[in-house]
Every structure is written in C-alpha cells, then in structure tokens.
Design a protein around this ligand. Structure first.
Ligand SMILES: [Zn+2]
Length: 257
C-alpha cells in the first residue's frame, strides 16, 4: 500500500518533469514565455490544494475500508479479480468524465472550474491548476460514487498512476505530429483534443472532457477535433467577446506573459 502511494507520487512528479522538459524543446505554442513564473503560479495553487487533497484521501481510504463489509459494489459480480479491477478503473474514469462535464453544464460549478480554464498559457502545469472549491466538491462526491462501485484505495491509486501522466501529457505544450495525435486519440485524450477544450469559445471548450480514455467523448457525443487549431485562443473569453456566455471566473485575473 505504501509502495503504491510512493509510485503514484513518483509517476506524477516524473511525468510532470518529463513533459516540462520536452515542451521546452519542441513547444507547440511559441508564445509561451516566462515558463518558470507561469509554473510557479500553477504549482502554488496546486500546493495549496494539497491541504484539501491529502486529508481527503486519508478520509476516503478510511471510508472505503469501512464500507467494504456492507457493500461490495462491482465485487458482487462473478468475474475474476483482475477483471473487477479493470472494470472499476474504467468506471472511475467514467465518473471523472461525468464530473468534468457537470462542471461545464452547471453555472455554479463552472465558476470554480473556470479557474482551470482561465490559464492563458496551456502547459503541463495547467494540469494542476484548480480552484480549491472544485477540489472540495470533487472530494466530497468521490465518497458515495466510489463506495457505490466498490472501489478500493489500491484501485484508486492504480487509476491515478495511469491517469495522471495522461492528463499531464494532454495539457502539455508539446508539438507532436498530427498522425501520431490521430493514433493516440483512438485511446487517450491528446494535446490537440485538449487544446480545443481550453479554447475560449464555448462551442469548443464544451467538448473533449475525457481524462484517461477518449472513448467516453465518442460515446456521449462530446468528441471534437479540428485539423487546424492555430486560430484558437486559449483561456477565457474577453468581456467584449461575442462567444462569452459564461459567468465570470472566481479567479479571473489571468497570468500575463
Ligand atoms: Zn474543463
């Protein structure tokens, strides 16, 4: 269990450093300047969020362990343990898709989630930029959802180890050949997909909600790709922008490059 925790942290940090290094060599957006101060801002937000995430994880671990004797969830199914784990990991990802989509549909939740979208310079550190209110609501809802499906803390850590490098990758400012992106997006959400998700236009940012698998977007009709995304504006729309149909972000002051 301890080694799973350590491995989860290791994949998060190693993935972050790896994509940070690569986007420094082959950046997609050449306008991303002052990378260090941009990263410091997002990492400071992430560090503060750990004050909620760490006790939340301990409480969730406690709750899942104590709920196990009363409710088995997926474990009621007569399938091998490995198949149960795979199914639970997929269902956790379905919850992540649902939660993300809810954050876009509901104006109250969007006020918090828009802080993530308010970053005008998309890079790997944007993957950790969230308002603490969104983290808090997300943490609270994880309790009933994960108890319902019968997830264990080991399966949550396994999901985190797979999903975190993927979300770091699709936020990263890496230039990859479109053919490679096309193949990768058969399975996972790619940088091209996620850049559209961070477009200031609602028609574009209300799409591509997936975290680990791109399958959910295809299944639920929110999959969006454009061959040429060079004209998109990353971040939130300006007041004068006709595409602005949103309530303002709680932290709307953008970082200036
Ligand atoms: Zn979003």
């Amino acid at each position: 269990m301890e080694s799973l925790h350590s491995l989860s942290w290791l994949t998060t940090v190693a993935g972050g450093l790896f994509f940070w290094f690569i986007e420094g060599i082959i950046p997609y957006f050449s306008t991303t300047t002052k990378r260090k101060s941009h990263a410091m801002m997002n990492l400071t937000i992430a560090g503060l969020n750990l004050l909620i995430l760490l006790p939340g994880s301990i409480a969730l671990s406690f709750a899942l362990e104590h709920a196990k004797p009363y409710w088995a969830g997926i474990r009621e199914l007569d399938i091998p343990p490995l198949a149960q784990t795979v199914l639970i990991v997929i269902l956790i990802d379905l919850w992540m898709y649902t939660w993300h989509r809810l954050n876009h549909i509901n104006d109250f939740l969007w006020r918090f989630h828009s802080v993530h979208h308010s970053d005008p310079s998309l890079d790997v550190t944007t993957a950790w930029r969230f308002h603490y209110g969104e983290i808090l609501f997300s943490e609270m809802l994880r309790f009933p959802v994960f108890i319902l499906i019968g997830a264990s803390i080991q399966e949550l850590l396994l999901y985190s180890m797979i999903m975190t490098p993927i979300i770091e990758f699709h936020h990263s400012n890496i230039s990859i050949p479109s053919a490679v992106d096309r193949i990768l997006r058969l399975v996972i959400p790619t940088p091209l997909m996620h850049r559209l998700h961070h477009s200031s236009k609602r028609a574009e940012h209300d799409a591509n909600y997936g975290s680990m698998l791109s399958f959910w977007d295809r299944l639920f009709g929110s999959f969006l790709v454009k061959q040429d995304i060079s004209d998109i504006t990353i971040g939130l729309a300006n007041e004068s922008d006709p595409d602005k149909q949103r309530v303002p972000a709680l932290l709307s002051r953008p970082f200036n490059n």
